[in-house]
Design a protein around this ligand. Structure first.
Ligand code: TRP
Length: 348
């Protein structure tokens, strides 16, 4: 049977927030601990981060440490998951170059994630080539490790789809040496795309609407108590609406029935709480307090672990170095197969 291999990662452009956490990181930790995967690679995608931050290398460099701390604090264990830095594996760049032959400009232009990012970054007709081709580089990331599974958020679906096409084309033209990956989305609908605390569709640093894994308990509480809810719910007695109500979306993402017995025993579960809110007579403050308990319970152990890991940063880099060496071995193996398949292994 083909080994089951995970490859996924994040761009180091900022600290990770709870959107990253419920969207992918939490699931990675769970998958790591089931032991059902033969190999797990977690990549800090600094080269990809540079495709739209090429003029700000210090930002990317400093966030390597932040993301690595977030990973370990969230429960990734370097004994079970290989954590590494993308730019240090030159095979990834090399593979990208050959994959470029297999992708058309029109196909890249149709990639929905690229499309929306071009809009968001206001590149208009001045799109850097490196940025434009990052889906190809992402296909290299995934295939270099022969990944079968890519746990990621919904926004990464077009990337994985593009990688699958590249694999099929490569295997058909040359030799079947690459593995077709599949995306693994979180099962909980609310985790697919957690909105910002202001109710905007996306959590983003520039909008200032994120709750970070490394936020203090006080910061988290402040952010939750000022969250966007239902603008029509003015008096406690008014009926409340759930659609677009960020507090309820977060509860959908985080809370379980056990949380109710611990912190809000008047209700058996979220459905009962929602029903009361919709009937009217339930104030926002009460729900926000409950959400705060739920989120704090999840973040507290992460914060505690972070404090420990922060004490020894050289050890953190040592871990990344080891992980990168391991990852390079696997990528070099695939690179050799690719070169053989493409008949460019002259000196082998
Ligand atoms: N695009 C991902 C992000 O924006 C990072 C990433 C790079 C990635 N290469 C990957 C994710 C390969 C999954 C698989 O966070």
């Amino acid at each position: 049977m083909k080994p089951k291999i995970i490859l996924t990662g994040d761009r180091p452009t900022g600290k990770l927030h709870i959107g990253h956490y419920v969207g992918s990181l939490k699931q990675r930790v769970a998958l790591q601990n089931t032991g059902e995967f033969d190999k797990i690679f977690i990549m800090i995608a600094d080269a990809q981060a540079l495709t739209d931050n090429f003029d700000n290398p210090e930002k990317v460099r400093s966030n390597i440490q932040e993301v690595a701390l977030d990973y370990l604090s969230a429960g990734l264990d370097p004994e079970k998951s290989t954590i590494f830095i993308q730019s240090q594996i030159s095979e990834l760049t090399e593979l990208s170059f050959y994959y470029m032959n297999l992708v058309t400009v029109a196909r890249l232009q149709r990639n929905p994630t690229v499309k929306s990012e071009i809009k968001m970054r206001k590149f208009e007709s001045n799109i850097p080539v490196g940025f434009f081709t990052y889906p190809i580089s992402q296909a290299a990331d995934i295939t270099a490790f022969q990944a079968t599974t890519v746990p990621a958020g919904e926004d990464q679906r077009p990337m994985v789809e593009q990688a699958r096409e590249i694999v099929r084309k490569f295997n058909e033209i040359y030799e079947p040496v690459l593995t077709e990956p599949e995306i693994m989305l979180p099962k909980n609908e609310a985790c697919l795309r957690l909105p910002g605390t202001d109710g905007k569709a996306k959590m983003s640093k520039s909008l200032g609407n994120c709750i970070y894994l490394s936020d203090t308990a006080d910061d988290v509480k402040k952010k939750i108590m000022s969250m966007y809810t239902d603008p029509l719910h003015i008096q406690v007695s008014d009926p409340g609406h759930l659609e677009g109500n960020t507090v309820f979306t977060y509860l959908d993402a985080f809370c379980t029935d056990e949380h109710f017995s611990r912190y809000l025993p008047d209700y058996a579960n979220l459905d009962e709480l929602k029903a009361h809110y919709q009937r009217g007579g339930l104030g926002d403050v009460k729900i926000k307090r409950f959400l705060n308990e739920v989120v704090q319970e999840e973040l507290e152990p992460i914060r505690e672990r972070r404090k420990e890991y922060e004490k020894d940063i050289p050890e953190l880099y040592e871990m990344l170095k080891k992980g990168t060496e391991q990852a390079r071995e696997k990528a070099a193996e695939t690179m050799a197969k690719v070169k053989h398949a493409m008949k460019i292994d002259y000196f082998a």
